[in-house]
Ligand binder design. Structure first.
Ligand code: MCA
Ligand code: AMP
Length: 514
């Protein structure tokens, strides 16, 4: 049997291949046949490069249907997809490319100069361009290839994608996801979320992270469902599309922004079946406001790059949990079928009902290893094979999982991860800076944002605006602190360690009322 994920996705295409599979926000229609043929042409282009099996294909391009086709083609050709956030700048891209050593890099035409330089220096032989207006060398080259392609043979444990994430500590690590990790999760979610014939998905998330690339995309494809494709999230346009859609997935910020629109009414969502949220905590206020305004109860679920989806509130009665079907705000629901979840204390004892500790998981969806980091991999798994998520939470008497915090030093801003250590190391390199600390504080739009607190070296002056400006020049924009303070000293414990909890407390009312 061929475990290539593309084979399973292709098998779910509807009988009528001429029907619309994707309609874009600028009026383009792609049929299922278009997906089939165009991904074949791209797969043939990759196959003709004569790359070793499981070569990495690193992709940093704007969202487009062609970018999605490149993902399908990479699976189809038996290579490994490595998506990169378009906000990453040269230092960030250089790290990922140097670490993953991709055989192929695909970037936008406007970035070709600097990206190709990084790629060639890392030994990559093939650099193509792909723009969001269907231009670029990738499509020009693919146009010369056949639109018939037999998917490469893959075993269940063959690598399908690498997603860079910082896990609990240190430099970014590539989570290695296999064809079976992705397929098992997608197939289970199809059942758990009750996908039905006739469903239409509004796809408004970026496609370089798990949420948009796997959860949303696989969900629609595996159900043979058309997608209304939004290149960028625009609350007005998404609400307008709800009249002809049934499923929406988004990070909490998207729900907050839609709630600010007067067009969000019960009538506007009358055709919708399901609203799903995740990637960051959904505030109970947002959950309740959505219920009041639309009559729909958002289904919150929880996952990670290393594991895809782990828990979910029920869509329908869950027989494993006494038939409970309530979607409870401020919880992430039950462990998904096939996922074992436990909460342990630091000493490795499994905790009971409502006791707070580290969340650990096991299941067919859990990644195999971090790319070329065996020690890091070993650190993040327990002796009996559970993955330590770095999230802190508890399970209540009814079986609902609640996330109350994180043991990892991580800020989640608008659904994007910001690692304080990375930002601090950039700030600490700046002239005149003695030390810095980045903390996450509540924000009405992004949920949480970074605030930098900096100490200057004796006798020097550091301007907060200059710190922010320098960071903007070198880091992805979502990592740049929304405010910077230069102070005389940082609060420390008796060991001399900066007490970030005190800083978070001090600045918690910067963007929201105390
Ligand atoms: C943009 N900015 C941000 C963010 N996005 N700052 C902090 N956090 C962000 N997420 C910056 C911009 O660069 C700009 O800065 C300023 O904030 C305002 O930008 P705005 O125009 O409002 O932003 P936008 O372009 O509308 O983007 C906001 C967004 C976007 C639509 C919420 O961030 C987004 O698509 N987030 C979704 C992320 C996602 O898909 N995550 C899933 C990860 P300046 O003015 O200085 O330039 S997958 C995952 O976590 C797991 C596995 C899971 O469970 O799903
Ligand atoms: P990533 O490393 O981008 O895969 O982000 C995974 C992290 O996002 C998890 O470890 C959680 O901290 C967080 N996360 C995802 N979904 C939720 C959720 N529904 N509630 C709270 N945190 C979440």
């Amino acid at each position: 049997m061929n475990h290539n994920l593309f084979v399973a996705l292709r098998a779910a295409f509807p009988h009528d291949l001429t029907a619309t599979a994707v309609e874009t926000d600028n009026g383009l229609h792609y049929s299922w046949q278009d997906l089939e043929r165009a991904s074949a042409m791209l797969a043939n282009l990759l196959s003709d490069l004569d790359l070793p099996p499981r070569s990495r294909v690193a992709v940093q391009v704007e969202k487009s249907v062609e970018a999605m086709l490149l993902y399908l083609a990479t699976l189809r050709a038996g290579h490994v997809f490595l998506p990169l956030n378009t906000a990453y700048q040269s230092a960030e891209v250089a790290y990922f490319v140097g670490n993953a050593e991709p055989a192929v890099v695909v970037c936008t035409g406007k970035n070709f100069g600097w990206v190709s330089k990084i790629a060639f220096q890392a030994g990559t032989r093939h650099v193509f361009t792909l723009n969001d207006d269907r231009t670029g060398s990738l499509l020009e080259r693919a146009a010369h290839h056949s639109d018939q392609h037999t998917p490469a043979h893959c075993g269940p444990d063959d690598l399908a994608a690498i997603l860079y994430t910082s896990g609990t500590t240190g430099r970014s690590k590539g989570a290695m996801l296999t064809h079976d990790n992705l397929f098992s999760n997608a197939r289970m979610l199809k059942d758990y979320w009750g996908w039905v014939p006739g469903d239409v998905l509004i796809h408004a998330l970026p496609i370089f992270h798990v949420h948009g690339l796997f959860v949303a995309l696989h969900g629609a494809l595996l159900n043979g469902s058309p997608m209304l494709w939004h290149a960028k999230f625009d609350p007005k346009r998404v609400i307008a599309d709800m009249a002809r859609a049934s499923v929406f997935m988004g990070v909490p910020t998207l729900y907050v922004r839609m709630l600010a629109e007067p067009t969000l009414t019960r009538a506007a969502v009358a055709r919708m079946r399901l609203f799903i949220a995740g990637s960051a905590p959904l505030l109970i206020e947002t959950f309740k406001d959505w219920q009041t305004r639309t009559g729909h109860t958002i289904l919150e679920r929880y996952g990670m790059s290393e594991t895809a989806m782990l828990t979910s509130n029920p869509y329908a009665a869950d027989a494993r949990y006494g038939g409970q079907s309530e979607r409870r705000g401020a919880t992430v629901g039950f462990p998904l079928p096939g996922v074992s979840l436990r909460v342990q204390d630091d000493a490795g004892h499994t905790l009971g009902v409502d006791e707070v500790g580290g969340i650990q998981v096991k299941g067919p969806n859990v990644f195999k290893a971090y790319w070329r980091m065996p020690e890091k991999t070993a650190e993040e798994f327990t002796a009996d094979g559970f993955f330590k998520t770095g999230d802190v939470g508890a399970v209540d008497a009814r079986g609902y999982v609640r996330i109350v915090g994180r043991s990892k030093d991580l800020i989640i801003s608008g659904g994007y991860n910001v690692y304080p250590a990375e930002v601090e190391s950039f700030i600490n390199e700046m002239p005149g800076v003695a030390e810095s600390a980045l903390v996450g504080v509540p924000h009405p739009d992004f949920g949480e944002v970074g605030v930098a607190v900096v100490i200057a070296k004796p006798g020097t002056h550091v301007a907060p605006d200059a710190v922010v400006a320098a960071l903007k020049a070198s880091l992805a924009n979502f990592k740049v602190p929304k405010q910077c303070f230069v102070v005389a000293e940082l609060p420390r414990n008796t060991m001399g360690k900066v007490q970030k909890n005190l800083l978070r407390d001090q600045y918690k009312a910067l963007f929201v009322p105390a």
